[in-house]
Ligand binder design. Structure first.
Ligand SMILES: NC(=O)C1=CN([C@@H]2O[C@H](COP(=O)(O)OP(=O)(O)OC[C@H]3O[C@@H](n4cnc5c(N)ncnc54)[C@H](OP(=O)(O)O)[C@@H]3O)[C@@H](O)[C@H]2O)C=CC1
Ligand SMILES: N[C@@H](CCC(=O)N[C@@H](CSC=O)C(=O)NCC(=O)O)C(=O)O
Ligand SMILES: [Zn+2]
Ligand SMILES: [Zn+2]
Length: 380
């Protein structure tokens, strides 16, 4: 029996309040309105940012909420005026929309589309309402995607169709981590080829940066992580060296150590931890005159970065990236093809699997040094 135009009852992992575990609930998902798409989510990764918001560290966090932003699914129905995807398409929801019409999209300078960002940040659809509810109580959306629900509704500017040959249980990870890392290196740093780089934090994002740095023939790729289990992972993804800041001689700062072993510092560094002290170290490990440090990690509410301005006066550049500067509707289909042709890794990141009813185990596994990405099978 067709579900088109009807409310769908399904299961979702709901976070009722900051800091609480997600709870498996039977929820209602309303049909898509104009310029909206309802998606049957089959698989989703768990990104550290889901944990960040669940834990209460996100200043934009609103509750109750359905988290999740690294999903893959099939279009169940579309609202009036939707032309970019159709029923049956295999799709990836996009937390960075691409409307192609706003000032940001037209600028050619950024991927930060403004079309739905204001309501997205409030946990709502573009018309300021929610499609999710439980027993009449509205539940918030998250990052415009909410992939921890078996059915979700997204804005049409926030979804892209991909090749049906691609396994959704793998390419769902292009919804965030792998794409962000790929873009941070290849799109945002066009001159990085053959440089020396240091990557702080070897989770999926850091490993993605390491892997992409290898892809563009960087020379020294120094991985930095406090978790000793990450050494083997970093080397598997292409790191030439591994440094554990906790193993340095007493009083030696990681940035000073890196400057010493690289004849004055790195050409490029990346923070993939979200820790503001690490962000400072990453900047200060850059070479005087030209080193560029990119912040990818997301810091907790109230945290601020600092350094001596002299670090910037003397030519280091501090910058950041959201979703690697990638325009999802335009570029993700190409990344899917790259994956199918063996040009970029995805399978190697998938270390753990859970079902929706054990999703919290996936959150706990994230803290073990051996979980890079846990993929949730959303099917009953
Ligand atoms: N800007 C963007 O568009 C995006 C940003 N992000 C953000 O990127 C960051 C990384 O995400 P993800 O890879 O999923 O996270 P993970 O938690 O999987 O990886 C972070 C790694 O950093 C390590 N680490 C922690 N503290 C330090 C330290 N002081 N020095 C060196 N390493 C350290 C962690 O070790 P341990 O496990 O022992 O703590 C872990 O290995 C998060 O902040 C996430 O929110 C993610 C996607 C997109
Ligand atoms: N809500 C947080 C900021 C969170 C953040 O920076 N998110 C990244 C993506 S993280 C993905 O895993 C991002 O794309 N930022 C740009 C944006 O427009 O949100 C806060 O308020 O600090
Ligand atoms: Zn993410
Ligand atoms: Zn736009």
């Amino acid at each position: 029996m067709s579900t088109v135009g009807k409310v769908i009852k399904c299961k979702a992992a709901v976070c009722w309040a900051a800091g609480e575990d997600l709870k498996l609930e039977d929820i209602e998902v309303a049909p898509p309105r104009a310029h909206e798409v309802r998606i049957h989510i089959l698989y989703t990764g768990i990104c550290h940012t889901d944990e960040y918001t669940r834990s209460g560290k996100d200043p934009e966090g609103v509750f109750p909420v359905i988290l999740g932003h690294e999903g893959g699914g099939i279009v169940e129905s579309v609202g009036e005026g939707v032309t970019n995807v159709q029923v049956g398409d295999h799709v990836i929801p996009l937390y960075t929309a691409e409307c192609r019409e706003c000032k940001f999209c037209k600028s050619g300078k950024t991927n930060l589309c403004s079309s739905v960002r204001a309501t997205q940040g409030k946990g709502l659809m573009p018309d300021s309402t929610s499609r999710f509810s439980k027993d009449g109580q509205p539940i918030h959306h998250f990052m415009g995607t909410s992939t921890f629900s078996q059915y979700t509704v997204v804005a049409d500017v926030s979804v892209v169709a991909v090749d049906k040959k691609a396994p959704l249980e793998k390419v769902c990870l292009l919804g965030c981590g792998i794409t962000t890392a790929w873009g941070a290196v290849t799109k945002q740093l066009p001159d990085i080829k053959a440089s020396n780089v240091a990557v702080f934090g070897c989770g999926a994002i850091g490993l993605g940066v390491i892997s992409t740095s290898q892809l563009v023939n960087c020379k020294r790729i120094i991985a930095v992580d406090t978790n000793p289990n990450k050494e083997a992972w970093a080397k598997k993804f292409g790191a030439t060296e591994f440094v554990n800041p906790l193993k340095l001689p007493e009083g030696k700062k990681i940035q000073d150590y890196l400057v010493d072993i690289t004849d004055g510092g790195l050409d490029y560094t990346f923070d993939c931890t979200g820790n503001v002290n690490v962000m400072r170290a990453a900047l200060e490990a850059c070479h005087k005159g030209w080193g560029v440090s990119t912040i990818i990690g997301v810091a907790a509410a109230g945290q601020e970065i600092s350094t001596r301005p002299f670090q910037l006066v003397t030519g280091r550049v501090w910058r950041g990236t959201a979703f690697g500067g990638v325009k999802g509707r335009t570029e993700i289909p190409g990344l899917v093809e790259d994956y199918l042709q063996g040009k970029i890794k995805i399978d190697e990141y998938v270390t753990h699997h859970q079902k929706l009813n054990t999703i919290m185990a996936g959150f706990h596994e994230m803290h073990s040094g051996d979980c890079i990405r846990c993929v949730i099978d959303m099917r009953d």
